[in-house]
Design a protein around this ligand. Structure first.
Ligand code: AMP
Ligand code: MG
Length: 496
């Protein structure tokens, strides 16, 4: 692929715009007063073959801030609907975001380039279309961390400060995030048209999505059923991956569930510290609908909403369609269990599938829960405990009560004897499954505070560097520490 010329920083290749006019509003980002580039993602720029100097130039900054729209694109705001905390809202859409256009990566994959915080659109409802800088920094760090943990996610290209303020609980500086996504098609995009009984649009959207995300099934006779199955499969895997690193999305509304199988819309999300399946961080999630342990159940519910949308495409006969859908949805739990069991087994070094595994996994989680140990560190230190006696003692010191643990540990090491690898090799393999560094809440809060209050981005940069290699030892070891009691942050906010 040839490098984009300096006068044309992005080579857009837009397709969503070719869908009918009721799919979007053509709209330009609303210019901001004094854009300043606070962060540019060099790796991601390279992935797209973008010229870094051009991105940092005045022209680049004016494009990333929405002050200039390149001539080779037509920006738009996408329409969608969605179930929010279980209640259907029939009119949502990009209310503070604009799809600047689609770009193709070095490997030929198509992505959306979206400006978030880019001003009002017809979907803004009462919102101002803007975003404070804090949540922009939060999404940048979170999404990049997820990517480097190997979990499908939207990614972040840049952070712009706008030179304007936004009014929330208090007055805050404004920010714009440029984010990259496989697409921004959500379950809620399908729900929008279904709610209006606009079945022609549902079909057009389904055909577009299949062509974009699942081209391999395009010519299959039962492609819509396969579309559903593929979506179920990728979401079951995604939620298992989230849970394996202790991630809690926080607002799993259907409008925040991407059809591409990527994690999207980082609002009040957080990584769990102490293991407890009931953990909730989001301040607005009063009933714990989106708690850590509820995530598979909620994803299945979301998928049932998606299935309702494309039911008539799966089979014109309602009854037959229902039968097929129920059968497909019923596989979700099995799929989730398969993905979860495989990765939790690997976290425990149980690479061979043996009957003892289940009991060892359950018992370990039970002990972690009882003793309220830190999810991430417990797995990490367990891996390291195989390396030497000192590290074994360090692992044991995480627990208040060692009695049950000693029994478990002995059973575990006995079981490891049946693996085909040496202890050293098992430790090495386990460390590749158990991150040392995750973007803990208290760290993110400190990053945001330094950046917003003192214009100091050094901690953001340091944390991002460490999170690029989350499975490797780094001398900035304090980033791996759980919060001290006075640092612990129990609630997160959308803040948008
Ligand atoms: P989210 O919280 O990202 O799931 O957003 C839910 C809906 O609210 C979406 O339609 C957003 O576009 C819209 N929204 C959120 N914040 C704003 C804002 N500041 N201005 C306009 N619309 C917003
Ligand atoms: Mg959203």
């Amino acid at each position: 692929m040839k490098k984009t010329s300096k006068s044309q920083i992005f080579q857009f290749d837009n397709t969503y715009i070719n869908l009918p006019k009721n799919f979007y509003q053509k709209i330009k980002p609303v210019p901001v007063k004094k854009p300043h580039l606070l962060k540019l993602n060099n790796e991601l720029s390279n992935y797209f073959n973008l010229d870094i100097d051009s991105l940092k130039s005045n022209l680049g900054i004016s494009i990333l801030s929405g002050n200039k729209v390149p001539a080779n694109t037509t920006p738009l705001a996408m329409v969608y609907a969605g179930h929010q905390f279980g209640n259907f809202v029939d009119q949502l859409g990009d209310g503070r975001a604009v799809l600047l256009g689609e770009i193709i990566a070095r490997n030929g994959k198509r992505y959306d380039l979206q400006l978030k915080g880019s001003g009002q659109t017809i979907f803004s409802r009462q919102g101002d279309g803007r975003s404070p800088l804090g949540p922009v920094i939060r999404e940048y760090i979170m999404s990049e961390a997820m990517h480097y943990l190997g979990i499908p996610s939207t990614r972040s290209l840049s952070i712009i400060s706008t030179g304007e303020v936004v009014k929330r609980e208090r007055i805050e500086p404004g920010g714009i995030l440029v984010r990259i996504s496989s697409s921004h098609i959500r379950i809620g995009t399908f729900e929008f048209f279904r709610a209006r009984k606009d079945f022609i649009s549902v079909k057009k959207l389904a055909d577009y999505t299949i062509k974009r995300h699942f081209p391999e099934i395009l010519s299959s006779k039962n492609k819509y059923k396969l579309f559903l199955d593929k979506t179920i499969q990728s979401q079951a895997k995604l939620v298992a991956q989230w849970m394996n690193v202790g991630f809690i999305h926080g607002v799993m509304n259907t409008d925040n569930t991407s059809i591409s199988g990527q994690t999207i819309d980082y609002g009040p999300c957080a990584f769990m510290n102490n293991f407890d399946p009931n953990t909730v961080y989001s301040f607005i999630d009063v009933y714990g609908r989106y708690s850590y342990g509820n995530q598979p159940k909620i994803m299945l519910w979301n998928l049932s909403k998606f299935a309702e949308c494309i039911s008539f495409l799966i089979n014109e006969n309602n009854e037959k369609a229902n039968k097929i859908i129920i059968n497909s949805l019923s596989k979700f739990s099995q799929l989730f269990d398969k993905f979860w069991n495989k990765s939790i087994s690997e976290k425990l070094g149980l690479f061979e599938n043996m009957k003892e595994n289940r009991n060892l996994i359950e018992k370990f989680l039970e002990i972690m829960f009882e003793q309220k140990t830190d999810f991430t560190l417990t797995f990490r230190k367990l891996s390291e405990s195989l390396e030497n006696q000192e590290k074994k003692l360090k692992f044991f010191s995480l627990f208040k009560n060692e009695k049950h643990l000693t029994n478990w540990y002995n059973n575990w090491t006995e079981r490891l004897e049946k693996e085909k690898y040496s202890k050293e090799k098992i430790a090495e393999k386990m460390k590749k499954k158990n991150p040392l560094f995750i973007p803990r809440n208290h760290l993110i809060e400190k990053c945001i505070n330094d950046a917003v209050e003192n214009s100091d981005f050094s901690m953001v940069n340091d944390l991002l560097e460490v999170l690029k290699k989350p499975f490797e030892y780094n001398k900035k070891l304090s980033f791996s520490d759980p919060p001290k009691p006075n640092e612990d942050i129990k609630n997160t906010f959308c803040g948008t």
